[in-house]
Design a protein around this ligand. Structure first.
Ligand SMILES: *Cc1c(COP(=O)(O)O)cnc(C)c1O
Length: 244
């Protein structure tokens, strides 16, 4: 098993240092532990070390883990592509969804959110680099989607998420994060409802510093925490991956 305790400490040092450079408080940045393809004993270890928010990409895999780890008060975040026939299970089992990119999915999540649960926290995934292959709403269509999602009763729209295309280190790598931050600012100025948006979910193991400098409030960290991901098991490939 990788030394998860050491990895967490190292990540927290990186967060603290880049927050300092940005003139921000380290406490304002949440580490979401991305546990996709990682075995449950590593999640337990991270929990014992104080992390309690975990992100998963593949629904079938996630549901198994949620069941196995139901003795822990984990806050589960769904961060993967969403097929419309999977929304009911996502609405039932997660506290956050970071990857909403169309109104149809948002409507279904709202309708299917069980009444005994608090509103489902939502980030809109923005295709910040307008890549043909990527999911995400186009930057210039984000405001219309945000206004529509904000009216849905069982959702709590929190902000924006993006995965920029890979870039070399330096200013160039920060640029898409600053663009996402500006997009959130523009949304906040549109209406009293949207003025409450408070979340920028951006930055991963390789670029968390750049994202924090640009204002990230949630960084999604997998490899730097848990080590390299073991390959997907065959069942997960067929149930979750084939349809994409
Ligand atoms: C896998 C994944 C991550 C984590 O990536 P690392 O580079 O391993 O930190 C973050 N966000 C999303 C949406 C992912 O799919």
């Amino acid at each position: 098993m990788p030394n998860i305790t050491d990895n967490i400490n190292h990540i927290l040092q990186r967060v603290t240092e880049s927050a300092r450079q940005a003139g921000r408080k380290g406490d304002d940045i949440t580490v979401l532990a991305v546990s996709k393809q990682q075995p449950v004993d590593r999640i337990r270890q991270a929990w014992e070390d104080g992390l309690y928010r975990f992100g998963e990409n593949y629904l079938q895999e996630a549901l198994g883990k949620i069941e196995t780890l139901s003795d822990l008060a984990i806050e589960w975040h769904f961060i993967g592509p969403i097929q419309s026939n999977k929304t009911a299970a996502i609405a039932e089992h997660f506290a956050w969804v970071h990857s909403v990119d169309r109104l149809k999915i948002a409507r279904r999540l709202s309708e299917q959110r069980p009444p005994h649960l608090p509103p489902l926290n939502i980030c809109l995934q923005v295709n910040i680099d307008r890549e043909a292959s990527k999911t995400g709403v186009a930057p210039d269509e984000t405001a219309a989607l945000a206004e529509a999602v904000a009216t849905l009763p069982n959702l709590h729209l929190r902000g924006l998420m993006a995965i920029p295309r890979p870039r070399p280190p330096g200013d160039e790598r920060r640029e898409p994060f600053f663009r996402l931050a500006r997009l959130l600012d523009n949304l906040r100025n549109r209406s009293p409802e949207l003025s409450r948006l408070d979340t920028l979910s951006m930055g991963m193991s390789g670029d968390m510093e750049d994202a924090i400098l640009a204002g990230a409030t949630i960084i999604r960290v997998g490899t730097a925490l848990f080590g390299p991901r073991p390959p997907l098991r065959a069942t997960e490939r067929t149930t979750d991956h084939q349809a994409r």
